[in-house]
Design a protein around this ligand. Sequence first.
Ligand SMILES: NC(=O)c1ccc[n+]([C@@H]2O[C@H](COP(=O)([O-])OP(=O)(O)OC[C@H]3O[C@@H](n4cnc5c(N)ncnc54)[C@H](OP(=O)(O)O)[C@@H]3O)[C@@H](O)[C@H]2O)c1
Length: 336
Amino acid sequence: MKAWELRGFGRENLVSAERPIPKPGPFDVLVRVSAVSLNYRDRLLVEGLYNPDLKFPMIQVADTVGDIVEIGEGVSRVRVGDRVLTQYATTWIDGPPKGDETVHTLGNTIPGGLAEYVALNENVVVRAPQYLTDEEAATLPVAALTAWFSLRDQGRLSRGQTVLVHGTGGVSLFGLQIATALGARVLITSSSEEKLERARVLGAHAGINYARNPEWEHEVLKHTGGQGVDHILEVVGGKNLAKSIAAAKPGGQISVIGILDGFSSEIPLFPLLNRQTVIRGIVTGPRRAFEELNQYLENLKLRPVIDTVYPFDAALAAYDHLYRGAFGKIVIRVRN
Ligand SMILES: NC(=O)c1ccc[n+]([C@@H]2O[C@H](COP(=O)([O-])OP(=O)(O)OC[C@H]3O[C@@H](n4cnc5c(N)ncnc54)[C@H](OP(=O)(O)O)[C@@H]3O)[C@@H](O)[C@H]2O)c1
């Protein structure tokens, strides 16, 4: 089968390869891959910043959709013919993560989906929402689950509350769509006026250009009558977290998700104490939350925002797009 594998850190080591079709074990399913989507994490993996101990060669990419074409004799959760998605944290089923439950992921500790086939334990797959195309479904496992788990599952976001999302990448646009669907009012930041306009069309109440307004937290306060927002998806990290604390309402929640501006943050404690801000670390979500999200999407028929779909042979161009930054998701079509 054709696959894209990483043979060493650096984009120049992401190469097209011919590999044997994997054989499913007794509790495994063989998935014929239709499409995958990229996340910022895939870039961190290539650069050696996600897992410095990665074993090479490693077939890349976590977010995968495809059809089950073969099952082991012990498989009972799914059947041949099911169209399935991959659960990102492959062994995390429910409850707070225990031990290494957030560590095992496709393209990292086990081969990923950027290949014609992938063999996975039956526990790693969930049925894909039927109304979505393959390309749309492929966008869900990391970005949509992270936004859902932060806002709804852990955050208990409710109608009438306010949400701030940073930038117009995958997690943030799902955050915008899910929060809007839940009846919240969403503020969004971006470095691009054109992207802010597109976000308004998707339902954003207000857009703030963080490149032109480095003190964007004051703009958030202006848009919320001086109050701040109820919930923030903090995908930026670094120096941004302190500003997010200033932009949150007293008692507001910040889901700390990403590290676009750095892996560590210094935060002033007095504002945090005075504002009683709740800061919660997030790592995607367990399979139980992913299944609930997919059911919610099935009822709502929400359509993921895809920037560009690339053919399999143009996977490197898709990665280049990831490095430039997309509006929403970048997808690679694997099966023609
Ligand atoms: N903890 C978890 O479970 C989890 C899950 C998913 C993602 N993440 C992390 O969350 C972050 C976002 O991931 P993603 O896949 O959504 O990324 P992405 O789709 O690649 O989004 C990148 C976008 O972020 C925006 N951005 C970059 N620097 C920014 C800054 N300083 N301030 C505001 N926005 C900025 C830009 O939007 P504009 O072009 O509009 O400016 C850029 O296009 C990454 O750090 C990723 O590792 C963590």
